[in-house]
Design a binder for this molecule. Structure first.
Ligand SMILES: [Zn+2]
Length: 313
């Protein structure tokens, strides 16, 4: 029987799971519900039970599976210890040990979900065939992951890839969720884009089509910018300026082969990528020989791909 591995992406409302061949073909994927504030042992054992069931359905046994990787929405220390993950109410646990014990000693690897998603994109997504990759996820917040030589750079304190909390804007006065001021996430996330648009609308009272909307979403702003709306274009210019600054800092520190942009905001597609690239080029005049910028390809499946890849070492 063919050998497989399993990727698990634990989120705030659901757990996504996938069974993969060792060369990255997704054989089966499914989801479990995350009970709010479920204790980790119960949730992890449910995950273990579900993996056993699905392997069996596929005519596989535990011995056909070389390991399970898990992504969790919070910081993971190098020894696999989780101090606290607010979203899912976990505190002071070693989740990989619990799952490994439940699955008869099977190898289990653990990583932060954003880092793991970056690994997924590097394995089978937008950055396939690249070894040095930085992914930036523009969603409700801004997440990130750094892959060097095909491996996640988690950092010594779980901060590796926390691109959203790079301080980039000196003039910001509001506080970020992290307690900082002027973080990239405050500008270039979906939330940041809406805030930026509302600020400009208040200041300019200009004839933007956004002024006609009752409630603005990031998509509204991006769509209006694509249609040539001057105020929306100004918002996007700010958004990509600070992204360009952040990417230039990353290029000067880890110099990846490629940047991958994912998350809901990245649905704006090539329009956004071209604008980010312009700014990135502007802020890195030092050389023309540098990382390109591409769109992520795996969408919400990046997490299960990366988790599965994680356990392959
Ligand atoms: Zn922050």
């Amino acid at each position: 029987m063919e050998q497989v591995c399993v990727g698990v992406d634990i989120g705030g409302t659901s757990v996504k799971l996938g069974i993969f061949t060792l060369n990255g073909t997704l054989l089966k994927k499914w989801e479990l519900e995350t009970k709010p504030k479920n204790d980790p042992k119960t949730l992890i054992e449910n995950i273990g039970r579900s993996i056993k069931e699905k392997l069996k359905e596929g005519g596989l046994t535990l011995t056909d599976c070389v390991g399970v990787g898990m992504g969790v929405p919070g910081p993971v220390l190098p020894n696999g210890y989780i101090e606290v993950v607010v979203n899912i109410g976990w505190k002071e646990v070693f989740p990989a040990r619990i799952l490994s014990d439940f699955l008869a000693g099977m190898p289990v690897a653990l990583g932060n979900d954003a880092n793991v998603a970056a690994l997924g994109e590097a394995w089978m997504g937008g950055a396939k065939h690249y070894q040095d990759v930085v992914m930036v996820t523009l969603g409700t917040g801004v997440g990130g992951g750094i892959i060097i030589d095909g491996k996640i750079v988690p950092g010594k304190h779980g901060l590796g890839g926390e691109i959203g909390h790079m301080h980039v804007r000196e003039s910001e006065v509001e506080k970020c969720n992290c307690g900082g001021v002027g973080c990239l996430e405050q500008i270039s996330s979906a939330t940041g884009i809406v805030k930026e648009a509302k600020r400009l609308l208040e200041k300019k009272k200009s004839a933007s089509r956004l002024a006609l909307l009752e409630d603005i979403t990031a998509k509204d702003v991006l769509d209006a910018a694509k249609a040539g709306d001057a105020l929306a274009l100004e918002v996007v210019d700010t958004v990509v300026k600070y992204l360009g600054i952040a990417l230039s800092h990353l290029a000067m520190t880890v110099d990846p082969e490629i940047f991958v942009i994912g998350g809901g905001v990245s649905k704006a597609g090539d329009f956004l990528i071209e604008k980010i690239n312009e700014k990135f080029i502007y802020y890195t005049p030092i050389t023309e020989n540098k990382a390109g910028i591409v769109l992520a390809k795996l969408g919400n499946d990046a997490g299960i791909y990366g988790a599965a890849r994680l356990v392959l070492g």
